[in-house]
Design a binder for this molecule. Structure first.
Ligand code: THU
Length: 130
C-alpha cells in the first residue's frame, strides 16, 4: 500500500499541467502486484486533456493487463481529490471492484470504493439490452 501511495506521489511530478497548474499522479495495482503509473497530460485544446487515472489504466490495458485491485490518486490539495466522472466510468468499465486511495498534499489517506463513487452506473450490461 505504501508503495502504491509513493508511486502516485512520484508520478505527480511528471504532470503536464501547463494550463490548470493542477498536478495529479495515479498508480494502479494489478492483481499480480504490478504497478502502472500516470500523470495528467494537458493539451492546448483543453478538451483533449487526459487525467492521471486514465493515463494509468490505458497504459496498463495496452500492456495486456486486465485485472486491477486498487488505484492511488495524489494531488496537491487540502481536500482529497477523487477521480472525475469520465475516469470513474472508464475505471468502472475495466475494474468494478476497484479500491481508490486518495492522497492529499500532506500525505493523508482517504479510501473509497469505486462502486460507491459511481452508483447505478452505465456499462455493457445495458448496452446488451439495446
Ligand atoms: N485531473 C486529473 O488528472 N485527475 C483527477 O482526478 C481530477 C482532474 C486533471 C485534469 C486536468 O489536467 C486538471 O486535473 C484540472 O482538471
Amino acid at each position: 500500500m505504501d508503495k502504491l501511495i509513493t508511486a502516485a506521489q512520484q508520478a505527480k511530478v511528471q504532470a503536464l499541467a501547463t494550463y490548470s497548474n493542477f498536478r495529479v499522479g495515479a498508480a494502479l495495482e494489478t492483481a499480480t502486484g504490478k504497478i502502472y503509473t500516470g500523470c495528467n497530460i494537458e493539451s492546448s485544446s483543453y478538451g483533449l486533456t487526459c487525467c492521471a487515472e486514465r493515463v494509468a489504466i490505458f497504459k496498463a490495458l495496452s500492456e495486456g493487463e486486465r485485472d486491477f485491485i486498487r488505484i492511488s490518486v495524489a494531488a496537491d490539495t487540502e481536500e482529497f481529490c477523487t477521480p472525475c466522472g469520465a475516469c470513474r466510468q472508464v475505471l468502472w468499465d475495466y475494474a468494478k471492484n476497484l479500491e481508490i486511495l486518495c492522497i492529499n498534499k500532506h500525505g493523508a489517506l482517504h479510501t473509497i470504493q469505486l462502486r460507491d463513487l459511481l452508483p447505478e452506473a452505465f456499462d455493457d450490461h445495458l448496452l446488451k439490452q439495446g
